[in-house]
Design a protein around this ligand. Structure first.
Ligand SMILES: C[S@@+](CC[C@H](N)C(=O)[O-])C[C@H]1O[C@@H](n2cnc3c(N)ncnc32)[C@H](O)[C@@H]1O
Length: 232
């Protein structure tokens, strides 16, 4: 049986491995990412709890504020093991779908019985396996970043979310180069891409920003912005 000390070492190894991939910031690291999160599944929920991860509750309260109904069809994009789905369910949302690149994370999420359907797929520039306007809302928490989900996915989100629907997503300050500390995770490429694609979708009237909340200590001592965007 693993001791507390073993577990701490393991936890820091996973975080260290994620940071290592982020620092490489190469074009296609999807297999490495899938493998890493597959390996992390058994301790992921516990590790994130120790980091007092605010993402799940934050998204649930923002989505509740932006939605008239709790029956809306919501896609949890980068669902992982289902922490966000659990918070959405606790907030009363009942019609939840999941997509993630890590099959083992989806296996854990499936056992929680939160999602109607779970799909293993890479989210990015490729067409997602969903029809136009399939969802009323989409959430993506803790997943946008170098080596993870690229902001080019925003273009797919506006296709699969109905006009009038909402997307809620987080992005860590360090990826956008707006914070001191964690400098090694700064990515000019990611930040440029993020700002350019948001501006493209805003100026072509495909999306509008409803709110942008600054969340200090979003995960451990890492800060994030949480955006709510309306699809037009
Ligand atoms: C830090 S976890 C966040 C999971 C969950 N949203 C949460 O808040 O606990 C990042 C998740 O993004 C997934 N992921 C990373 N890159 C992805 C991609 N390109 N397509 C789909 N999922 C991806 C990983 O497998 C992992 O489950």
């Amino acid at each position: 049986m693993a001791t507390t000390c073993d577990r701490e070492v393991q936890k820091s190894n996973y975080l260290h491995s994620v940071s290592g991939l982020i620092k490489q910031d190469k074009d296609d690291q999807s297999q490495d990412i899938a493998r890493l999160y597959d390996d992390w599944t058994t301790s992921y929920d516990e590790d994130l709890e120790k980091l007092t991860y605010k993402g799940p509750n934050q998204v649930a309260s923002i989505l509740a504020e932006c939605s008239d109904s709790k029956d809306i069809r919501v896609l949890d994009c980068g669902s992982g093991t289902g922490l966000v789905g659990e918070a959405l369910k606790d907030a009363g949302f009942t019609n939840l779908y999941a997509v993630d690149i890590s099959q083992k994370s989806l296996d854990i999420a499936e056992k929680k019985g939160i999602y109607q359907k779970l799909v293993c797929d890479q989210v990015g520039k490729e067409r997602m396996p969903f029809i136009d306007n399939e969802f009323d809302a989409l959430v993506c928490i803790g997943c946008l970043g170098p080596s993870h989900i690229s902001p080019v996915a925003f273009r797919e989100w506006v296709r699969i979310v109905k006009p009038g629907g909402v997307t809620v997503f987080s992005v860590r300050h360090c990826y956008l180069q707006v914070t001191q500390g964690e400098e090694e995770l700064h990515s000019e490429r990611f930040a440029d891409n993020f700002n350019e694609i948001l501006e493209e979708l805003r100026s072509t009237k495909k999306m509008e920003i409803l709110t942008k909340e600054n969340v200090p200590n979003f995960m451990g001592n890492s800060h994030a912005f949480v955006y709510a965007m309306k699809v037009l």
